[in-house]
Design a protein around this ligand. Structure first.
Ligand SMILES: CC(C)(COP(=O)(O)OP(=O)(O)OC[C@H]1O[C@@H](n2cnc3c(N)ncnc32)[C@H](O)[C@@H]1OP(=O)(O)O)[C@@H](O)C(=O)NCCC(=O)NCCS
Length: 323
């Protein structure tokens, strides 16, 4: 059992679907502008009672059911999030308790690359024998840090949670991670003001995401095709061996640029969950995969190339075999 594999995929989608029209009034925009620039038609925004814990627990429970195991047989919990407003206690530890366990539980913040960062860590923890089974959750409530009157971000970000259950395996189901960061350029996507500034000056407005969209777009479009190729190389496969492409659901146009930059076979199924889900940061990759499974667009044994990227700036990619 020298390898790691995905055993189950779970999702939690919030209860409120918000169409573009509902957002346009406040930002002087149009359904057509938002669709053309981002591919988004509507997004899931959490109801007041759909806290980060509720969504993380929903996705975790779904993934455990898909894997056919109970929380008692897990060895560790990893949670990727960049919208946990209460870092003490970490969301990962709250989730461990909500699942009725006292498991080691670690929170990861690599923004929109968080899920793929977590997958990289989970793979090595499983291969190293530290745990036999790991629950990995990506959970976000981006509406908590969204300025609904900001023309640059109000239409992109959304809420939700997705999860994988992973286990030790005789064959390789999760390839090596290819990851990195670019903190110098990272200032193009950040919370303004930060919480320290707010503490020092309580008259400031509450922290919300500020983004230089064009610069984030350019970085992702230029760098992610190279990262994707490296992840295939690290896994010992070629692009011709890939069945499914799941880039972080940041913007449909970024996905299209990545596809154009890669010499993928025609048959490859490309994730497009952003159209109805919006950008859910670290939750977007498991959410997209979960929907593709539910719609029968992908099947067990398919080889999927995952590419997480976003604020920080941070990226991580790997090849996984679908359960
Ligand atoms: C955010 C994004 C959609 C903006 O698109 P863009 O083409 O870069 O838009 P710009 O800010 O350059 O503005 C272009 C024009 O649209 C207008 N505009 C900007 N925001 C608008 C809005 N919400 N509605 C309507 N018009 C808008 C601008 O005023 C400008 O008009 P002008 O040409 O008359 O001056 C795009 O940059 C993007 O998606 N970037 C990637 C962001 C991303 O994926 N982030 C997540 C990473 S995790």
């Amino acid at each position: 059992m020298a390898h790691a594999a995905v055993l189950g995929i779970g999702a939690y989608r919030p209860g409120r679907q918000v169409p573009n029209e509902e957002i346009c009034g406040e930002i002087d925009s149009s359904d057509e502008w938002i669709r053309t620039r981002t591919g988004i038609a509507e997004r899931g925004w959490a109801l007041p009672e759909e806290t980060l814990e509720v969504m993380a627990l929903g996705a975790a429970t779904d993934a455990l059911a898909a894997a056919g195991i109970g929380a008692a047989s897990l060895g560790m919990i990893l949670v990727a999030t960049c919208t946990n407003g209460q870092p003490i206690q970490p969301l990962a530890i709250r989730l461990a308790a909500a699942l009725g366990t006292e498991l080691p539980a670690l929170e990861i913040n690599a923004t929109c690359a968080g899920f793929c960062y977590g997958l990289g860590l989970a793979r090595d923890l499983l291969r190293g024998g530290t745990a036999d089974r790991i629950l990995l959750v990506g959970a976000e409530r981006l509406t908590d840090v969204l300025d609904r009157s900001d023309r640059g971000t109000a239409f992109i970000f959304a809420d939700g949670a997705g999860a994988f259950v992973l286990g030790r395996s005789e064959t390789e189901g999760v390839g090596p991670v290819v990851w990195g960061s670019d903190g110098e350029r990272g200032k193009v996507l950040k919370l303004i003001p930060d919480y320290t500034e707010l503490r020092n000056d309580p008259t400031l407005s509450k922290p919300s995401i500020s983004m230089e969209g064009r610069r984030v777009f350019k970085w992702a479009a230029e760098q992610m095709p190279k990262v994707a190729e490296e992840a295939c190389k690290a896994a010992g496969v070629s692009l011709a061996d890939i069945d499914v492409l799941v880039p972080h659901q940041a913007n449909q146009r970024i996905t299209e640029v990545i596809v154009k930059g890669l010499d993928l076979p025609e048959r490859v199924v490309v994730a497009d969950d952003i159209v109805t889900t919006g950008n859910t940061s670290s939750a977007s990759i498991p959410l997209a995969l979960h929907r593709m499974r539910a719609e029968g667009r992908v099947k067990p044994g398919d080889r999927a190339l995952l590419i997480g990227f976003g604020g920080g700036l941070a990226y991580a990619a790997q090849v996984v075999t679908l359960p």
